[in-house]
Design a protein around this ligand. Structure first.
Ligand code: CUA
Length: 362
């Protein structure tokens, strides 16, 4: 090999090292993204349904790694044991067909599949439908492009975006959709379950999915729509807020208490503007079936429009105004009109002031 050739070879080597390094760096960065959001992982279950799901994930992972391990071991053994040796040009023993081997590699996968299938089928049935529990809280989930409506038929409550539940109680859920197929998913608490739109039979029966879940610890759990449903699918978030039974009772009382008018002049102006411009689509009491989200308690929800932060009053007001003026900038494809063209800035300010007074105990 002359000098020129060896230099070319060295360059090739360096390029290959560089490519490997870049690949590893990109993979590391991608994986680093996995640890970001708190309470958005199936690997830290905070409820019974999520625990059952994790058990299944663990079982299938053990089986998978077991199979991989055995295959890699046999592979490595064969590679070393039967490698081509120096000065050995003989042809190895030719083997054609082995009944024993064929039976072994047919029976083992079937056995593994059965081991996986039995708990999968059992748990699938156990997790779907409602639990027969007198204390259970019934919730109807109605998905919309791109927000979530929550109805508590036994408590006379309708709300949106924040699903309040008491810790330790069974939540029996009924799911439908108002438009396209969405999927309800709270990684720490539930598996994914579709919400189906459509057909209502003469008996009033709709294509309804049912399931149950619970939360074992107080906390705020992030929920996501898990079915591509339009341009703002990725922004169709919600929160499950698990609180003590006492706090839950206070929330229920506060949500169902008669509404009082605001005390400041600005907020009173806002109330009038709301009545003229917003009432067609939004309710502030527990009325279901309006076009837009129910705004009962919108003054202290976890977010504005399910996606903009509302951690302080200032942030809430800023983001409410942003949303009201140009909702398409926040969630493209939603049905809310842009009020930047319909209301003056002063009117939006009054409206925002009024909305921020619509608070409930939580
Ligand atoms: Cu709703 Cu994706």
């Amino acid at each position: 090999m002359n000098d020129e050739e060896s230099e070319v070879n060295q360059m090739k080597h360096r390029k290959r090292y560089l490519a490997t390094f870049v690949l590893i760096a990109v993979l590391a960065l991608t994986l680093a993204g996995c640890s970001g959001e708190p309470n958005l992982t199936t690997l830290q279950p905070k409820g019974s349904a999520a625990e059952i799901s994790l058990d299944l994930i663990t079982l299938s992972a053990y089986i998978m790694f077991g199979v991989m391990g055995v295959v890699f071991l046999i592979f490595a053994y064969v590679m070393i044991r039967f490698r081509k040796r120096k000065n050995d040009d003989s042809i190895p023993k030719q083997v054609e067909g082995s009944t024993v081997l064929e039976v072994v590699w047919t029976v083992i996968p079937i056995a593994l599949l059965i081991i996986l299938a039995i708990p999968t089928v059992m748990h699938t049935f156990a997790l779907s439908g409602h639990l027969d529990d007198e204390d259970a809280i019934n919730v109807k989930v109605i998905a919309h492009q791109f927000w979530w409506e929550f109805e508590y038929p036994d408590l006379g409550i309708v709300t949106a975006q924040d699903l309040f539940i008491p810790v330790g109680k069974t939540i029996n859920v009924e799911l439908t959709s108002n438009d396209v197929i969405h999927s309800f998913w709270v990684p720490n608490l539930t598996g994914k379950i579709d919400t189906n739109p459509g057909y209502v039979s003469k008996e009033g029966k709709q294509n309804v999915n049912t399931f149950w879940f619970d939360a074992k610890e107080e906390g705020v759990y992030l929920g996501k729509c898990a079915e591509l449903c339009g341009s703002s699918h990725a922004l169709m978030e919600f929160k499950v807020i698990a609180v003590s039974e006492e706090k839950f009772a206070n929330w229920v009382a506060s949500m169902t208490a008669p509404k009082t008018s605001p005390t400041t002049e600005l907020a009173q102006q806002g109330e009038e503007i709301f009545a003229k411009n917003c009432m067609m689509c939004h309710a502030i009491d527990n009325v279901a079936g309006r076009l837009g989200p129910n705004l009962n308690g919108v003054g202290n929800r976890a977010t504005v429009a399910g996606i903009l932060p509302a951690n302080t009053t200032e942030e809430l007001k800023e983001n409410l105004a942003k949303w009201i003026k140009n909702p398409q900038d926040v969630k493209p494809g939603n049905t809310m009109p842009a009020f930047a063209n319909l209301l003056s800035d002063a009117e939006v300010d009054a409206l925002v002031e009024y909305l921020s007074t619509l608070q409930v105990e939580r």
